[in-house]
Design a protein around this ligand. Structure first.
Ligand code: GLN
Length: 286
């Protein structure tokens, strides 16, 4: 008999029993997040009130979510949200799930532009909108644009901007193709950068994420290269380009930036100590 399972009624269970059932199948942290999602309750409730009984519907809904997690679906798609830089973002399978690594891009942008007024920012391949929306909310009076080639992703990003009260101009565009003549002080991107044949694409949570947001040519560098080559025509003189890339791509991206004529080229380490973002400054054509 499972702890907390009422002997007579297999359809009735308390919080402790539900978690015990789930943790035999999936990671305990995931089990807790999914139960909080079903019960719409704060984390403290699971600890403080283990004997609270689940309504039949909730227990059924919880079991279904745990089975889907067991089959590999990412927790963020099951709950429909993920935290990024202290805010909750809606996520669907149309968008990449925001990663903590990408907060480095936000920190770099803030380090360079905090206190500047009316900074014109472009986020390329915005997905859920996490980067663009965070920058719009963190930078004073920034004028933020965000593009994505996926209409479905833009719907998610627009819903997030509305929910979080951020003012961002969204454009459906395949990289720079649909943009007008405008130039930006800061361009950021977390583009697809995984090598097309990388076995990780067939493992774990990324199997459920949009392939177009992950893979980019034989070395994973195709989109990074396209962005770097075209960015000078879209940057104000003295503007910055910051790009997230793979764990082993920093030197290659610095090389692309040098070839394109950028100055002050550097790479920055993520929370795991891996060079994860590279960038440079566009000083204008020599
Ligand atoms: N960082 C993601 C991963 O390794 C990839 C994101 C991307 O390609 N932009 O799963």
């Amino acid at each position: 008999m499972m702890p907390g399972m009422a002997g007579a009624d297999p359809d009735s269970v308390d919080i402790a029993g539900a978690l015990a059932w789930a943790r035999a199948r999936i990671d305990l942290m995931d089990a807790r997040v999914l139960l909080r999602h079903v019960l719409q309750c704060p984390a403290a409730r699971l600890v403080a009130w283990p004997e609270q009984r689940l309504a039949g519907d909730d227990w059924g809904a919880y079991r279904a979510l745990v089975e889907r997690r067991l089959a590999g679906e990412p927790v963020a798609y099951l709950t429909g949200e993920r935290e990024f830089f202290g805010r909750e973002f809606i996520v669907t399978p149309a968008v990449l799930i925001p990663r903590p690594d990408t907060e480095l891009l936000v920190e770099l942008a803030l380090a360079h532009f905090s206190g500047c007024k009316a900074v014109r920012v472009l986020d390329m391949g915005t997905g859920s909108g996490a980067l663009a929306i965070t920058l719009a909310l963190e930078l004073d009076e920034a004028d933020v644009s965000a593009l994505d080639c996926s209409r479905e992703a833009l719907w998610v990003a627009m819903a997030n901007a509305a929910r979080l009260g951020a003012s961002v101009s969204f454009v459906q565009s395949d990289w720079f193709t649909a943009l007008g003549e405008e130039r930006f002080d800061l361009i950021v991107a977390n583009p697809p950068y995984i090598a097309a044949a990388d076995p990780h694409l067939d493992q774990g949570d990324v199997r459920f994420e949009p392939p177009g947001a992950l893979a980019s040519g034989p070395a994973g560098l195709d989109d990074l290269q396209e962005i770097v080559m075209q960015a000078p025509a879209r940057l104000e003189n003295h503007g910055y380009l910051f790009l997230e890339h793979g764990y082993d791509q920093a030197a290659a991206v610095r090389g692309l930036l040098a070839d394109a004529g950028f100055a002050a080229i550097a790479s920055w380490k993520d929370i795991a100590g891996i060079e994860r973002v590279s960038g440079g400054r566009w000083l204008g054509r020599a």
